[in-house]
Design a protein around this ligand. Structure first.
Ligand SMILES: [Zn+2]
Length: 341
């Protein structure tokens, strides 16, 4: 959080509500005798988190205090550990920021788990790790391209009406489903009487209240946040420019075909040579020699190749799965991809 404040000063840094709940479970549940008491406490806490404005938040807190006044340790934990960060997880504040529905860190964790499948061990050298990460990103990139092409031709049955005319095939399926939920609230009259503005602010999509004002017209495409727009998105890596002479082209193609069959070491060697041909000032960079080392530093664990970080308190107690830090290197590679687009 300290780093984000410095590096991305205009960014809103939310906290994962799933992890907060897990930590509350680990720290507070032992103070409750019965499961029923615990469940009641948890639902009261959820009311605090789901408060729609500051007033509702204060009311919910004023309710919790006297109710659990005998459980000083629980109240202390909540007060000191979580309440100082209320703007990062309580709806009254978080729903005014454009988080596109991400209130938990599971997407980042999913990406991390996928990356770990490629990395396999924690002992790869920088070159191996870099190659595996690039492979992971290339594969992911291709998957996204395939999904995008399929979304551009699909029209969800329930959206096949005049109101969605401008949006179908131009907006992602996820966003269409979210819009459909709002549309059905209008249709069945199940929406709230007043608009909090939270849905539009957090999702970048028009809410049920806004839809009413467009009755008889179509939902305007420009009301959809660019996050959900798939019409203008071109995920094509530019082709290599035209070359002079068919022979040169033929040689390059032949080289490319053979290249696919070569072992990694040969590929690297050829890459180095080509780089040198293109830019003679670039020195040929090869994998550094691995020097024999003097053994493991004292105190380090024996023979571990695990990529798992140290567990949090709730994970030690519940043997739950590990969660993540996102590697800067992935972001850098992804950025390079986007620049190519
Ligand atoms: Zn609304």
């Amino acid at each position: 959080m300290n780093a984000i404040r410095v590096v991305f000063p205009s960014t809103v840094n939310l906290l994962c509500v799933w992890h907060i709940e897990k930590n509350i479970l680990a720290n507070c549940k032992p103070h409750f005798e019965s499961q029923e008491d615990w469940t009641t406490f948890l639902s009261t806490w959820n009311q605090v988190i789901n408060s729609e404005d500051e007033q509702a938040f204060n009311q919910a807190l004023n309710f919790v205090g006297p109710l659990y006044k005998e459980k000083e340790k629980v109240l202390c934990y909540i007060r000191n550990t979580w309440l100082p960060f209320k703007e990062r997880f309580v709806h009254a504040w978080t729903e005014n920021c454009t988080h596109f529905g991400n209130r938990v860190s599971s997407r980042a964790e999913g990406a991390h788990a996928k990356l770990k499948q490629y990395l396999q061990v924690s002992t790869g050298d920088l070159h191996q790790v870099k190659n595996k990460i690039c492979l992971a990103i290339d594969n992911e990139f291709n998957e996204i391209k395939t999904q995008l092409s399929s979304e551009r031709i699909r029209v969800p049955h329930k959206c096949d009406n005049y109101f969605f005319k401008e949006l179908i095939t131009n907006v992602s399926l996820f966003a269409l489903r979210e819009l459909l939920k709002q549309y059905e609230m209008v249709k069945y009259g199940t929406m709230r009487s007043t608009c909090t503005g939270h849905f539009m602010a957090s999702m970048g999509l028009p809410c049920a209240h806004k839809m009413i004002s467009w009755k008889g017209k179509v939902i305007p495409l420009e009301e959809i946040h660019t996050q959900w727009r798939i019409d203008g998105r071109v995920l094509v890596v530019p082709e290599v420019g035209e070359t002079n002479g068919g022979e040169f082209k033929r040689l390059v193609h032949e080289l490319e075909d053979k290249y696919q069959e070569w072992p990694l070491s040969q590929k690297e060697c050829v890459q180095g040579k080509i780089s040198q041909l293109i830019n003679p000032s670039i020195p040929l960079v090869l994998e550094p020699n691995i020097l024999p080392h003097k053994g493991r530093p004292s105190g380090s664990k024996k023979g571990t190749t695990s990529t798992r970080r140290n567990a949090s308190k709730f994970e030690i107690q519940h043997e739950s799965v590990a969660f993540v830090e996102v590697l800067v290197i992935i972001v850098e590679h992804a950025r390079a991809k986007v620049r190519q687009m």
